[in-house]
Ligand binder design. Structure first.
Ligand code: UT7
Length: 331
């Protein structure tokens, strides 16, 4: 792309609630074992927000971003929130965050693309910056997954956790850093394998929808697993080829954290050593829209993520929706 400026991430932070739900806790709730969960998913524990909503996970992360960058909320121009668990259908969670932080000059909206929501939101924000229209865009990925999980269903309740994370996007004229490229995909023929059927206009809430559990997340794990392994690996390899890169040129793969076996398959397809893959699924489970920015935040804070490093973000989720983004770290 012939560009004068790129969008680059200039601050990143995350927040997880205090309460931890371990595999051993789940052993007491459903018929499962720590060994099964660890072996099949790589998850040991996840965090649960006991009181409050998704915005309560996002706001501390957003405030951390503002502090890190040393700017006031009034300087923010756009807020994009990727979530499948908005505080309410409307107003948007972006509006709730805007009010809470006092971003009185910002407009914004929520974006729903399930586990690929953060990638879709990041590219949307990046395009706003590249166009020259805006200089400070907040991109948030946050989900209170515990609000849509059935804790009597062992197929799903072991997988998910709650978290919020946020990045600030700004323009840079240094064309050696920032967001370089993306491949984003959507295939709605996957809609019946991972969904929440109730509560929307198809099945408005009623005693019957609640009694049938339609307000809970449903997943055909085996079906999603097969397509997720292929989809995430294909798109991650494709973005390297498209940019004449090989696995050796990549410093970090930042995969959506849904299952350690999917992550391993993706890394192996890219020819990447395990030491170059960000993995924190063991501590947080699948936090849907927060997984990727939360990895960036943790690795940035620990000093492992360094300016100039080449990074591939990669995701697969409901829809189906999937994609990969290539960037060079700029902070
Ligand atoms: O983030 C959005 C995208 N989502 C994903 O990428 C998730 C993709 N899917 C997965 O990660 C995996 O399919 C799961 C982790 C959800 C399940 O792992 P699996 O290896 O595909 O297991 P399965 O569903 O094929 O079940 C194997 C067996 C079954 O028993 P039978 O039929 O072989 O007797 C299940 O009933 O394991 C049983 N099982 C469990 N056993 C103990 C299913 N859940 C559990 C459990 N504890 N929690």
């Amino acid at each position: 792309m012939n560009q004068k400026q790129r969008a680059t991430i200039t601050a990143v932070d995350h927040y997880v609630p205090e309460k931890i739900l371990t595999n051993f806790d789940l052993e007491k709730m459903v018929e499962t074992t720590n060994d099964w969960i660890l072996e099949r998913t790589g998850i040991r524990e996840r965090h649960i927000l006991e009181k409050g909503a998704t915005s309560d996970l996002a706001i501390p992360a957003v405030q951390g971003v503002l502090k890190q960058r040393g700017i006031s909320a009034e300087e923010i121009e756009v807020i994009i929130v990727a979530t499948v668990t908005p505080d309410m259908f409307f107003p948007s969670t972006a509006a709730i965050i805007q009010d809470a932080i006092g971003a009185k000059n910002a407009w914004g909206f929520d974006m729903e693309a399930a586990c690929s929501g953060f990638l879709f939101a990041l590219m949307t924000g990046a395009r706003f910056i590249e166009s020259g229209a805006y200089k400070k865009v907040l991109v948030v990925g946050a989900d209170k997954m515990s609000s849509i999980v059935d804790y009597t269903d062992r197929n799903t309740c072991i997988l998910f956790g709650d978290a919020g994370a946020a990045v600030l996007l700004e323009p840079t004229e240094n064309l050696n850093e920032g967001i370089f490229d993306s491949i984003l995909r959507l295939d709605g023929s996957g809609k019946e394998f991972l969904y929440m059927k109730g509560g929307g206009s198809l099945n408005p809430p009623s005693h019957q929808t609640v009694d049938s559990g339609l307000h809970y997340l449903f997943q055909d794990g085996k079906a999603v697993f097969k397509v997720a392994v292929k989809g995430m690996a294909d798109v991650s390899a494709e973005i390297l080829e498209k940019n004449n890169l090989a696995g050796k040129d990549v410093d970090w793969l930042v995969p959506h954290q849904a299952n350690l076996r999917i992550i391993d398959a993706c890394a192996s397809r890219m020819g990447l050593d395990a030491s170059k893959v960000m993995i924190n699924i063991d501590r947080y489970g699948n936090t849907t829209d927060a997984t990727i920015p939360m990895c960036l935040s943790e690795w940035h804070k620990s000093g492992q993520l360094k300016k100039g490093q080449t990074i591939v973000l990669s995701s697969f989720g409901a829809g189906y929706s999937w994609g990969a983004i290539l960037l060079k770290w700029g902070i």
